[in-house]
Design a protein around this ligand. Structure first.
Ligand code: CA
Length: 224
């Protein structure tokens, strides 16, 4: 999952980025409304953390413009504690959720997880695909009751495929949603990670759809 953080407070932006990366997301950062608007308008993010009080272009305007342009990614806004009107304007502009500053990082992470899984149509924090269970809260993967240790890149890939299970995901989409904009994006690495994941999981939940990409789906009856 790839996220955008738009926050002009440099310390907070850094803390947010670090916490989100720690939680397994690829993160792009913007420090003003213009830069944030541009990135959210041109890059495919799975969710955005958007401060309302921003230089150059305020967060409500940024959000309004995204929505007007048909950008539907979940957006969580950051508001000042004493500014209830920020929340009203934010929701009216198309925000999906908010946290008021100062906030606990754990709360923001939990709200983001909820937004991401709801956007993908999942009601709970555990996503199941055949024998594979993905605990998005703990960042754990269990196959047939046994925990499987994955690297952060392997986890990101599996989490993305399982959030969108049953849908064919192209390599290009995987690359765009797994890596931040500074990452060296070579779609061949996707194949390598898929290979490693299959080996570690030991079950056929990642199917190759020839010429199109990959799909997370329960193993077919009679398969492994
Ligand atoms: Ca601000």
């Amino acid at each position: 999952m790839r996220l955008l953080v738009v926050e002009d407070d440099k310390d907070l932006n850094r803390q947010l980025g670090a916490a989100l990366e720690q939680a397994g997301y690829a993160v792009d950062r913007a420090f003003d409304g213009e830069e944030g608007h541009f990135l959210g308008d041109t890059e495919p993010y799975d969710a955005v953390v958007l401060d309302i009080g921003l230089p150059k272009k305020d967060g409500v305007s940024v959000l309004e413009q995204w929505r007007k342009a048909g950008r539907t990614m979940p957006v969580l806004i950051l508001t000042a504690r004493d500014r209830w009107s920020d929340k009203v304007q934010g929701f009216d502009a198309g925000a999906d959720d908010y946290v008021a500053k100062p906030f606990h990082m754990e709360e923001l992470l939990a709200r983001l997880r909820a937004l991401l899984r709801r956007a993908a149509g999942h009601a709970t924090s555990e996503i199941v695909c055949g024998p594979v269970r993905l605990d998005t809260k703990a960042g754990r993967v269990v196959v047939d009751g046994t925990a499987v240790k994955l690297t952060s890149h392997e986890y990101r890939l599996l989490a993305y495929l399982m959030h969108h299970s049953g849908r064919v995901i192209s390599r290009g989409e995987i690359v765009e949603h797994l890596y931040d904009q500074d990452f060296d994006r070579d779609s061949n690495t996707v194949e390598v990670f898929v290979g490693r994941l299959r080996k570690k999981l030991g079950v056929d939940v990642i199917q190759t759809v020839r010429g199109l990409g990959y799909m997370a789906a329960p193993p077919e009856a009679g398969g492994r």
